[in-house]
Design a protein around this ligand. Structure first.
Ligand code: M6R
Length: 603
């Protein structure tokens, strides 16, 4: 995801901004840029690829003495990762950096084009700097123009803007994207999209709230929300860097679990307009002549594919089969051109998935990648891509990548349903309505997390775990078992609840732990019967459900929901936290479990 930094002070600004951007590298990026203001003039540099390229470009540039500077690392969303699309974007007098997505950029762009303004880039960000300069013509001062601009933007943004019309200042705004202001006793001011670049420089920080904006120079901080002045609240900044990258969490995996509600918002951003799914990245002819879908992936991404199988057949009414990539490669698959070949991958570099994609391409199939990393090998090879926008995932055990994959595939299922008119208008509307609200189902409930921490101590021994569920909760059970295996090194298997009596039930005794997914909106009574069968054989059972279940040894209560996907995502978080807390108690390396790599680029 993009990173933002800013600085006002006397130090050499290029070095300071570049080293601050380095602290944000872990978020992932594909281009970078800086703009430095000194003596009423702005110098700017951009480069694609790693920061080293920007370092080379700026090697003869220095900027000492009082001044302001901004910097950015870009993770492409609108427009390819080119130098033109890299930030800072600029107008006649001003430069801007932005994280997030401006949802109403098209409307603003069209209006500005009518005013004779020509755009250079394909980004949403450029509208903000042009709109600012346009507003400047009819405003008393730069702040008034900035305020007008910010109040007309919709979507997510963390913005820094410098302008020669107010040369000592940085204008800033935050909504649904992080932005932090820091200061120290030497009168220096810093901005960052996380704590990490501020450590060692700022003594105190103010975490801006959504809807806040303002202007800052070395003498004063003016902070506003909705045209009213607010008082900035500063607190001491801990000076430990690794703590900062984890944003206060013990592990990246934990941070990533907590991030899921926010990143899901990003997955959906700009893709639902006027109650319709809009996937601008897809060719409008992609589904012509298509009567089946084949999904191919590995690991967690395969589980997301299995979940998609239920959604595609149910909503889109399209025949869907799902296969593990390493199996697909050598089975001499029969491929027909009426099949859309979908690969799912967090990294976009998984060797088996990439090879499967090549096989499908060579057979002349239309291909679509669901991927988190733009410009990865899989994205470059597939005919079309939908980016999941989870941001960089550091924990080897995938969490937010899975959540965003499932959300993207659900979005796609509804998109196909909308296109093929395969479900009623009312059903479509209710799906879209649920989808829009889904990020709130992924907010981690602190009390539930505390309960899981306590419960985890009872699950450190035994001879294994069954995770069971029905329908779309079956792939979730598989994913819950995989998470536990990966980081606790305990044996765990996922099963369809109805399959137990066909063999696995032979293993059941009191030292066999069963984690049962018992949603209220999907086959409740049937799953309950299956759990009862296990309880009769003395299994130790942890039930996750909105309804209390008398035969459970342990019980984690979920919310009563009306839609199956609310229950799916809430239970997903519980399974992730359960794996995490068991692994923590066992003293394992949660973020880098033994024998595993984040990206599996070998067969
Ligand atoms: O990058 P990909 O999604 O293609 O990776 C596929 C699997 O290697 C990956 O999901 C793996 O199973 C994770 N460690 C799961 O937590």
């Amino acid at each position: 995801m993009c990173g933002i930094v800013g600085y006002i002070g006397k130090k050499e600004k290029k070095e300071l901004i570049l080293s601050a951007l380095k602290e944000l590298e872990y978020r992932g990026y594909d281009s970078a840029g800086i703009a430095v203001m000194k003596d009423g003039r702005i110098d700017a540099f951009k480069a694609i690829g790693k920061l080293g390229n920007l370092e080379k470009k700026t090697k003869d540039f220095t900027s000492h003495n009082e001044g302001a500077a901004i910097g950015h690392t870009r993770w492409a969303t609108h427009g390819k990762p080119t130098e033109i699309n890299a930030h800072p974007h600029f107008g006649e007098h001003s430069y801007i950096v932005h994280n997030g997505i401006i949802e109403n950029y098209r409307e603003i762009k069209e209006a500005l084009i009518k005013e004779g303004i020509t755009f250079l880039s394909q980004t949403d960000t450029e509208v903000a700097v042009y709109l600012f300069e346009y507003n400047l013509k009819n405003s008393k001062n730069a702040f008034e123009a900035f305020e007008k601009t910010i109040l007309s933007l919709k979507g997510a943004y963390a913005i820094l803007l410098i302008t020669t019309t107010a040369p000592d200042s940085i204008f800033f705004a935050k909504n649904a994207a992080p932005l932090i202001v820091g200061k120290n006793d030497e009168g220096e001011i810093f901005f960052g999209s996380s704590d990490a670049p501020l450590i060692g420089h700022a003594k105190e920080v103010c975490y801006l709230e959504d809807g806040q904006y303002g202007v800052l120079n070395k003498n004063e901080i003016l902070l506003y929300a909705d045209r009213k002045k607010v008082l900035p609240v500063f607190k001491d900044l801990p000076q430990d860097k690794s703590y900062a990258q984890k944003e206060g969490f013990r592990f990246f995996m934990e941070k990533e679990i907590y991030e899921q509600s926010r990143v899901l918002g990003e997955t959906l951003m700009g893709r639902i307009k006027n109650n319709e799914i809009v996937l601008e990245e897809l060719d409008e002819h992609l589904f012509e002549g298509i009567s089946a879908v084949k999904i191919c992936a590995c690991g967690t991404s395969f589980h997301a594919g299995l979940a998609a199988g239920y959604l595609f057949e149910r909503f889109a009414k399209i025949r869907t089969d799902i296969i593990i990539a390493s199996e697909f490669r050598y089975k001499e698959p029969l491929l027909t051109k009426d099949t859309l070949f979908v690969v799912i991958s967090q990294s976009g570099e998984t060797a088996d998935t990439l090879e499967a994609l090549k096989i499908a391409k060579n057979a002349g199939l239309k291909t679509l990648a669901i991927c988190n990393v733009d410009n990865s090998s899989i994205v470059r090879l597939a005919d079309s891509t939908i980016l999941t926008r989870a941001g960089i995932e550091k924990g080897v055990a995938s969490t937010k990548a899975f959540a965003t994959q499932v959300a993207t595939l659900w979005l796609l299922a509804i998109f196909i349903a909308q296109k093929q008119k395969s479900v009623s208008k009312e059903r479509l509307e209710s799906e879209i309505d649920t989808l829009l609200k889904i990020p709130s189902s992924l907010i981690v409930d602190n009390a539930t997390h505390e309960k899981i921490k306590r419960l985890s101590k009872r699950y450190l021994h035994g001879h294994g775990f069954f995770f069971i569920g029905r329908d779309i909760f079956y792939p979730l059970a598989l994913e819950g078992a995989l998470k536990l295996k990966e980081i606790s090194y305990l044996h765990a298997e996922g099963y369809p609840a109805g399959e137990m009596k066909h063999g696995p039930i032979a293993l059941v005794d009191s030292k066999l732990f069963t984690v049962a997914l018992l949603p209220k909106t999907m086959l409740y009574d049937k799953t309950k019967n299956n759990i009862e069968e296990l309880s009769a054989r003395d299994a130790t059972i942890l039930v996750i459900s909105p309804e209390r279940f008398e035969l459970a040894d342990d019980f984690i209560k979920t919310q009563h929901s009306t839609h199956v996907m609310n229950e799916f995502f809430e239970m997903m978080i519980i399974l992730q936290l359960l794996a995490l807390e068991i692994a923590v108690r066992l003293g394992n390396d949660v973020d880098m479990p033994r024998n595993l790599a984040k990206s599996v680029t070998v067969e």
